[in-house]
Design a protein around this ligand. Structure first.
Ligand SMILES: [Zn+2]
Length: 246
């Protein structure tokens, strides 16, 4: 009997040691599925904790005139459904709710205080799906975040503090979409800032970066012609293997 307890104890110990936390950072609602479906599915199947954070609601485009926010919320709803197919549930999805196409601009802007209004006409974070059915900033800080750099920085930093992911997947700086580059820039800042705190002193995650929109190749990915053929290799993919600053 004792032996059986010992064996069970070893099994539990090894399970606890091997269960990891994976964070996927998506600039827009469709990007987690586009560049990290395999990672998300495999991690969930292994029993890892999987968290997916969406920087914007993808509300720049709409097929209904001026209904940008409705479009953003519809994308959130569809994302909850598509991620559930891969495993993660609504409470694992963190919708940050910043303005589509604004985030790289906000990062580089000298003015840190005046609030940016997105092309969708919105100037503070919003969400109605995912964790607590509200934007991540509302969950953590109690109110929506006006679109300024400090608030995006604070959200990224909180995600690292709360979840301490072992592996982080992000879009790379060379990706030609401004929000995709924005994810990289804000992640870099958050990692540096967190590593300088007492809490983050020994925090050393593996960071993997990928491309959705290859630079100078806006038609990538071209359809491979048949489902059994892989996509062509995007230009500059090898650059993403280098992690300047990390
Ligand atoms: Zn995107």
């Amino acid at each position: 009997m004792r032996r059986r307890h010992f064996v069970l104890g070893c099994f539990l110990a090894s399970y606890i040691v091997t269960a990891r936390t994976i964070l996927v950072l998506a600039p827009h609602p469709d990007d987690a599925a586009l560049y990290a479906s395999g990672v998300i599915y495999a991690a969930h199947q292994r029993g890892d904790v999987v968290k997916i954070a969406f920087l914007t609601n993808g509300d720049f485009y709409t097929d209904i005139d001026d209904h940008y926010v409705e479009r953003g919320l519809k994308l959130e709803e569809e994302t909850v459904a598509s991620m559930a197919e891969l495993g993660p549930q609504a409470e694992d999805l963190l919708f940050l709710g910043y303005g589509d196409t604004t985030t790289e601009f906000i990062y580089h802007r000298k003015d840190e205080t005046s609030v940016v209004t997105s092309p969708a006409g919105v100037s503070a974070t919003y969400a109605q799906y995912g964790l607590n059915r509200q934007s991540f900033h509302e969950t953590v800080f109690g109110s929506p975040a006006p679109y300024v750099r400090g608030n995006i920085r604070a959200d990224f930093r909180k995600i690292l503090e709360i979840h301490r992911p072992d592996e982080i997947f992000a879009t790379h700086l060379v990706d030609e979409n401004p929000d995709h580059a924005g994810v990289y820039l804000f992640l870099y800042d958050a990692l540096v800032a967190f590593s300088r705190t007492e809490m983050g002193k020994f925090y050393n995650p593996a960071v993997y970066c990928g491309i959705v929109h290859a630079p100078n190749e806006s038609d990538w990915p071209q359809k491979p012609g048949s489902q059994s053929k892989p996509f062509a290799r995007p230009k500059y993919l090898e650059l993403t293997a280098r992690r300047p600053g990390f």
